[in-house]
Design a protein around this ligand. Structure first.
Ligand code: E4P
Length: 217
């Protein structure tokens, strides 16, 4: 399972990268705004800074909602850095844009996926990744993990190469559940990732080992 961090915060990105288990980064316009990164020029520069801080794929989202606009923006984003993955919304023109980029071997991430039908369409259009938002589904009393399972089954039936990127991860248990179901990638906040480290028996065990070592020395 690949681990992506879902943030535009460079310190957190570097902390995850330093851990040695990071495979990429996802961003969105809200995450950029949260870090105070505004204005086209600053946003483009920030994408380059993120790419230089990590070794994997970095999703950069288009703002346009028409085919021509998405193509123009996506080409500009893809030209920024070889690690950029063009993030395209799940709308009709987005499907056309996914096909356009797929035909040109430019990586894409189809975002705002909330149904198996949307994931099927995005895979048919050649998306590199699809991003089902499991946390936002859970927020409206709908089982986000069930959607990951449905997409897994469909993609396996037809050997689609599109990777399931479980997004809108809210906590550590989401990561474990997604791994059990077979999501290819998860993208989440640093604290959800770091939560995988924790177990009280590890802390108790280590404390005892160190105490016993000191006794013998
Ligand atoms: C995915 O690419 C999105 O950036 C993200 O996972 C959305 O998460 P949220 O629902 O916590 O905003």
């Amino acid at each position: 399972m690949k681990f992506f961090i879902d943030t535009a915060n460079l310190d957190q990105i570097k902390e995850a990268q330093d851990l040695g288990v990071l495979d990429g980064v996802t961003t969105n316009p809200s995450l950029m705004a949260k870090e105070g990164i505004t204005g086209a020029e600053n946003i483009l520069k920030h994408y380059v800074d993120i790419c230089e801080a990590v070794s994997g794929d970095v999703s950069a989202e288009v703002i346009s909602v028409d085919f021509e606009g998405m193509v123009k923006e996506g080409e500009q984003l893809a030209a920024l850095h070889p690690q950029i993955v063009v993030k395209i919304p799940m709308i009709k023109d987005g499907i056309k844009a996914l096909k356009y980029f797929s035909d040109r071997n430019i990586k894409t991430n189809c975002t705002l996926i909330f149904s198996a039908g949307q994931a099927l369409l995005a895979a048919k259009a050649g998306a590199t990744y699809v991003s089902p938002f499991i946390g936002r589904l859970d927020d409206v009393s709908t089982d986000g993990l069930a959607l990951i399972s449905e997409i897994r089954e469909i993609y396996d039936n037809y050997a689609f190469e599109t990777e399931i990127l479980a997004a809108s991860i809210r906590h550590t248990m989401h990561i474990i559940d997604c791994a059990k179901i077979g999501a290819d990638v998860m993208t989440g906040p640093l604290n959800a990732m770091m939560g995988l480290l924790n177990h009280p028996l590890t802390d108790i065990g280590l404390k005892k080992f160190l105490e016993d070592y000191k006794k013998g020395n």
